[in-house]
Design a protein. Structure first.
Length: 508
């Protein structure tokens, strides 16, 4: 991506840096010569990003005026990249409140520009006929444009990039279903845009003239139906031609569950995506192009965008994913580490084994857990638990991993999220499945007094109410099979890999 370096050094605040777009925008702003501050509820989740030592990270929440005020102090350009993807009750009010707080505090702080990424809304459709999510996006955009601070609102429809929710939905529907019965929205015309073009527009928006205060449509060079996108994806990916049979009976709710069954994208995320496809979403102007730095660049075509995304997936270079952001409604409470913790019952399953492998060999197995490698015990039980979570509206077991070999704090890992990682020593996962309580899975590598490698594993559960108590005691009889088998198989796999690689064989 090329940038004009004649006017650089702006102080930029990025909200949503733990999300899909925000996590990619920060390094682009840094490359353009800007100084970046990130506002995050959990700063530790940004600790392992490659750019972490070049950006300032402050703790806070967009619904907390005091923390927003502190984050905006001395800021020139504020990027507002947060929104509620939940279909739950009250998300519109949360979006509205957060936007008002941010707008007011930006005005008080003397911020020179707000930049916001929103959704492309269909022309000529009354706002009350839009989906709740598009309606909320439009309202947030209005609040920011009316803030008294010059604002740039970029409105994009389907974003195509490795790891984006729209791309993952398209990818898995096309790859897994050679013949598919689809909702009628596959005939809706949309204007997809490559994530690299979204990032270019976001970076360029930082240096707009001070009198600009408006929305801009943001799209690629082609208008396609969703059916055409699936057929074009299949061609680029080298798949046989897909047979697509649309039916009119699938409502947005049923469509989201259908997507949730076929793809890793859960119904709670799929619903706003499918609802936005009820109406045609096509750009009506390309005025943003005149404000972007550097020579005019042709937007990336759909086939090229898919090709670039697939290359990154195959080369394991997906920097952020749709699941980078926390799942709506998922617990975020940290593990109670105080030995004298008095927060109620905390049940645990503890395992420890000696391992005939080096600590390094064992750590490679621990850090590689989940995704394609599975969970090293009773695959059917894990699969059933994933399906039950899906049926309950959770994320299920199919989010997989961002990287096949490496993890960082904040990564999603099937229905867990990495809460803490100490390379070579400790991996702690927090459950994001639907549970009547909070749960963690911790895996540790150590050596004993004789220098032998030890594997330590503990599963912890903090129940909520009577239902939580009942859940723990109903599943505890299976822990010997699930967690015991997991510990033994991790130790066995590490020993087996060490035997194949003598350089990592332990010396006793």
């Amino acid at each position: 991506m090329e940038h004009d370096d004649t006017r650089v050094g702006l102080r930029c605040l990025v909200t949503g840096a733990t999300g899909y777009i925000g996590g990619r925008l920060v390094p682009e702003l840094l490359s353009a010569g800007h100084r970046v501050r990130c506002l995050a509820r959990s700063p530790d989740r940004l600790r392992d990003h490659p750019w972490a030592d070049r950006a300032e990270v402050v703790a806070g929440d967009v619904t907390d005026a005091a923390s927003v005020a502190r984050a905006l102090d001395g800021v020139d350009v504020a990027y507002y990249l947060v929104h509620a993807m939940s279909s739950g009750k009250g998300f519109e009010e949360t979006d509205r409140t957060a936007a008002r707080i941010f707008a007011e505090q930006a005005r008080i702080a003397g911020v020179r520009r707000i930049v916001h990424l929103s959704g492309l809304t269909p022309a000529g459709v009354p706002e009350d006929e839009l989906s709740p999510h598009l309606r909320s996006r439009a309202e947030v955009a209005r609040i920011l444009l009316d803030s008294g601070v010059p604002a740039t609102v970029l409105r994009a429809a389907v974003v195509i990039g490795s790891g984006s929710a729209s791309f993952e939905m398209l990818r898995y529907l096309t790859e897994r279903l050679p013949v598919m019965v689809t909702p009628s929205w596959v005939h809706t015309r949309v204007q997809p845009v490559a994530v690299r073009d979204v990032l270019r527009a976001l970076v360029g928006s930082a240096q707009m003239p001070p009198d600009v205060n408006r929305s801009y449509d943001l799209g690629g060079p082609e208008v396609l139906t969703y059916r055409q996108m699936m057929l074009r994806y299949a061609a680029v990916a080298g798949l046989p031609r897909r047979v697509i049979l649309p039916v009119p009976v699938l409502t947005p709710g049923l469509s989201s569950h259908w997507v949730g069954l076929v793809t890793p994208v859960p119904a709670s995320i799929a619903r706003p995506l499918t609802e936005s496809l009820r109406h045609e979403v096509v750009c009506h102007e390309n005025d943003i192009a005149r404000h972007l730095p550097g020579p005019p660049a042709a937007p990336t075509g759909f086939d090229d965008a898919v090709r670039l995304a697939l290359r990154r997936v195959r080369e394991a270079r997906v920097t952020t994913r749709w699941s980078s952001a926390s799942v709506p409604g998922a617990p975020s409470d940290p593990l109670p580490t105080d030995p004298g913790w008095a927060g109620g019952s905390l049940y645990g399953d503890h395992r420890e084994l000696r391992v005939d492998a080096s600590p390094e060999a064992l750590w490679r197995v621990v850090e590689g857990i989940g995704g394609e490698n599975g969970w090293y015990s009773f695959p059917l039980a894990w699969a059933v638990r994933g399906w039950l979570d899906r049926l309950a509206g959770g994320v299920g077991l199919r989010r997989g991993r961002r990287d096949a070999a490496r993890l960082r704090v904040g990564d999603s890992l099937d229905f867990w999220r990495v809460e803490a990682i100490e390379p070579g020593r400790l991996l702690r996962l927090r459950a994001e499945m639907r549970l009547p309580g909070l749960a963690w899975l911790e895996m540790a590598v150590a050596t004993d007094e004789d220098g032998r490698t030890r594997y330590r594993q503990r599963a912890l559960f903090h129940p909520h109410g009577l239902l939580g108590q009942a859940y723990w005691w109903s599943v505890s009889p299976f822990h010997a099979i699930v967690f015991g088998g997991m510990a033994r198989n991790i130790a066995r796999t590490a020993a087996s890999s060490a035997a194949r690689d003598p350089e990592h064989t332990p010396v006793h």
